[in-house]
Design a protein around this ligand. Structure first.
Ligand code: SF4
Length: 293
């Protein structure tokens, strides 16, 4: 397998960073599973335990409402006085920038972190060093995106996922700054190790069997990476009993619930019309989730 995929970032087999997990030379599914187990154990044992929330990856099944949740959390975080940096790390779905009120799009981060990109060799960097064109400012929040698959035969999304992985790992945050990422749907990003330098994983869950099942898998993978703060946000909840049942089912999978975003006709209307998110009640619910973290 390509060394690019080493989950521990080792540049080659037998490098100092290599723990000889066996993934590089695994030939069978059993060997790959065993290598993953060794990596999870290593990451758990070496996880940086921090109480501060600073790098938040928002994940979940496709259609669960991750993007809307990220937009609402961004508004609530700004109200709470955090300097928010938003990354659209979903290479398929457009819409996060628009939901935040952004007109136009910044240059994709895959240009910056790609083979010939300015930041491809950088070890660390801060937001002050980001070149012009890659960061858009919308109502005080800074917004970046990894890029989108737009054309047939464009190629795979590896460079975009790698950009997201590098920014989570290498961006040095200053006092009050908080990075929040809208991840691609499902568990592929965990397979790539994109989230492993995040301190918080929020799983957006709609009340459905599939969404709960995916949340269980994501929580298991995030905890296996050594991420200390992992939990769910219930979304599109229409009535209290629905929240209670979903919380119970998630509890059986060991997934804690940080809060609820209720179904909102106002949000549904803005989503249909492609307008920025709004709604005092929804932003207040997002604020409760932030406090719960
Ligand atoms: S054996 Fe494992 S730790 Fe070593 S380089 Fe390969 S994937 Fe990375």
């Amino acid at each position: 397998m390509g060394l690019f995929h080493c989950p521990l970032g080792a540049p080659y087999y037998d490098d100092d960073a290599c723990i000889d997990c066996g993934l590089c030379y695994a030939k069978t599914a059993e060997e790959r599973v065993e290598a993953s187990r060794k990596i999870r154990e290593y990451m758990k044992a070496h996880a940086a335990h921090t109480s501060a929330v600073s790098k938040v990856a928002v994940c979940g099944k496709g259609g669960s409402g991750k993007t809307t949740a990220v937009a609402l959390l961004t508004l609530a975080l700004k109200e709470a006085g955090r300097r928010v940096i938003v990354i659209d790390a979903d290479e398929s779905n457009p819409g996060l920038g628009r939901m935040l009120g952004l007109k136009g799009e910044p240059r994709p981060l895959s240009d910056l972190f790609g083979e010939d990109g300015l930041f491809s060799e950088r070890e660390r960097f801060s937001m002050d060093e980001m070149p012009p064109g890659f960061v858009a400012v919308v109502d005080g929040a800074r917004f970046m995106e990894v890029g989108k698959i737009l054309d047939p035969f464009q190629g795979c999304a590896c460079s975009m996922a790698e950009s997201a992985r590098q920014i989570v790992e290498k961006l040095e945050l200053k006092e009050g700054e908080l990075l929040i990422l809208d991840m691609e749907a499902g568990v592929e990003s965990f397979g790539r190790g994109v989230e492993r330098h995040a301190d918080t994983v929020l799983i957006v869950v709609e009340p459905s069997f599939e969404s709960i099942a995916v949340a269980g898998r994501i929580a298991q993978m995030a905890q296996g990476m050594g991420i200390g703060r992992v939990g769910a946000i219930l979304n599109k909840v229409a009535f209290e009993a629905m929240a209670t049942r979903t919380t119970q089912e998630l509890g059986k999978l060991g997934v804690k619930v940080f809060g609820v975003l209720s179904y909102s006709p106002e949000l549904a209307e803005t989503a249909f019309e492609g307008k920025p998110v709004c709604g005092r009640a929804s932003i207040d619910e997002a604020g409760i989730i932030i406090k719960a973290l």
